[in-house]
Design a protein around this ligand. Structure first.
Ligand code: 3PG
Ligand code: MG
Length: 426
């Protein structure tokens, strides 16, 4: 069902628009001690929200930004203040961005009152408030009412957090709706729903989905949802070794979820009956178990072996860390002949230089493909960006958990709560 967006709002000049964004960006160090120490290492999510902010500013709205960062669990954590986000926003927007050290209370109310039309106010990390994630509905609603008091219109551009039923992603919209105030999607949210929507509703065929990452268990619901919809599932990453085991191959010390082996064998049969080809990696780059240096950083191994599923498999004492060159070639052929390609999950341990080739190869095949190429967020999005292929994908989701849940067919509470566009549904 199509959602109303900021383009469906009428006159908003001077109106207070509260925009829930997902500025939960990667920072360094991971655990900064002060608000000035945190450095943003990937600003994709901030840049992705800029079109919405600009569109609202162009219409002379007063833009109030709300986000979480990290998991402070209801405590004020100095290193997780949103000052680093404010600094980045000031570089991205011509307007001054005022940042305040709280998200509710008299100081916030006064700051909002003082806002000029066409200006931006960034509130403090919303997860400093325990009520944000409270399991108690009344507690969340009480907090949401205070946030809702600040605004005339609610906009959600936080696709990455739309799978969370939190005060600032859901309860606030319910409260504002009750008051007859509009609750609409931002431009990023609109694009996410449009592109990821194409992957689950009538994708243009041939439809190829590449799945990776460590665990089958994390992707099982997605695989089930894709059987009968996708023409081909290409499987790499740590999860491929459970498929190897199900096929009777030796996997040495590679990742394997023994409890999933039977389920995988059953899935292969169901997929065959429903005309979805499940193709898993047939070769692997293996090495002796990896060691870490004194700083906890994984040491790239000196010796690696290409192991083939049809020969010895992966011998004892070795661990598969990436897909091999034959798999990359097979995957490339499927990617290049597809009309729609969705990718979720890296092909190997790409953060270690020795094992980034499989992920790099898939990124390259996607970049060269003519298909509608969609990267389903999380680690694969980080890999594509890090490897310099981001501009050559048709769409990269800003969601991690959210895109996975969306693709596996779940209703995201932060999407469900937004106003329907009844005209679009006719
Ligand atoms: C994410 O990065 O997955 C979102 O920002 C949600 O954060 P969370 O997983 O801590 O709820
Ligand atoms: Mg998450």
């Amino acid at each position: 069902m199509a959602k109303k967006t900021i383009e469906d709002l009428g006159e908003i000049s001077g109106k207070r628009v509260l925009v829930r964004v997902d500025f939960n960006v990667a920072i360094s160090p991971k655990d900064p001690k002060t608000r000035d120490e945190a450095r943003i290492t990937d600003d994709t999510r901030i840049r992705a929200a800029v079109p919405t902010i600009e569109a609202l500013l162009e219409k002379n709205a007063r833009v109030i930004l709300v986000s979480h960062m990290g998991r402070p669990d209801g405590n004020v954590v100095e290193g997780l203040r949103l000052d680093c986000v404010a600094r980045r926003l000031r570089e991205l927007l011509p307007q001054n961005v005022l940042k305040i050290d709280d998200c509710i209370g008299p100081k916030v109310a006064a700051a909002v009152l003082n806002m000029k039309a066409g200006s931006v106010l960034l509130l403090e990390n919303v997860r400093f408030q325990a009520a944000e994630e409270s399991k108690d509905d009344l507690c969340r609603v009480g907090f949401a009412e205070r946030l809702a008091d600040l605004a005339d219109i609610y906009v959600s551009d936080a696709f990455g957090t739309a799978h969370r039923d939190h005060a600032s992603t859901c309860s606030i919209a319910k409260v504002m709706k009750g008051l007859g105030k509009p609750c609409v999607a931002g431009l990023l949210m609109r694009d996410e729903l449009e592109f990821l929507g194409k992957a689950i509703e009538n994708p243009e065929k041939p439809y190829v989905v590449i799945l990776g990452g460590a665990k089958v268990k994390d992707k099982i619901k997605l695989i089930k949802n894709l059987i009968g919809v996708a023409d081909t599932l290409l499987i790499g990453g740590g999860m491929a070794y459970t498929f190897w085991k199900a096929a009777g191959a030796k996997i040495g010390g590679s990742l394997c979820e023994d409890s999933m082996v039977d389920e995988v064998a059953t899935l292969m049969k169901i997929a065959e009956a429903q005309k979805t080809d499940i193709i898993f990696a047939v070769d692997s780059i293996a090495a002796a178990p990896l060691k870490k240096d004194e700083n906890g950083k994984i040491i790239s191994p000196k010796e690696m072996w290409v192991c083939d599923i049809d020969e010895l498999g992966i011998p004892d004492g070795l661990v598969g860390y990436d897909i091999g060159p034959v798999s990359a070639k097979i995957f490339d052929t499927h990617i290049k002949s597809a009309a729609t390609v969705v990718w979720n999950g890296p092909m190997g341990m790409f953060e270690v230089a020795a094992f980034d080739e499989g992920t790099q190869a898939v990124a390259e095949s996607m970049a060269d493909a003519e298909a509608l190429t969609i990267v389903g967020g999380g680690d694969s999005a980080a890999a594509v960006t890090q490897m310099g292929f981001a501009d050559r994908m048709k769409f990269i989701s800003t969601g991690g958990g959210a895109s996975l849940e969306f693709l596996q067919g779940d209703v995201l509470p932060g999407v469900a709560v937004l106003d329907e566009n009844e005209l679009a549904a006719i």
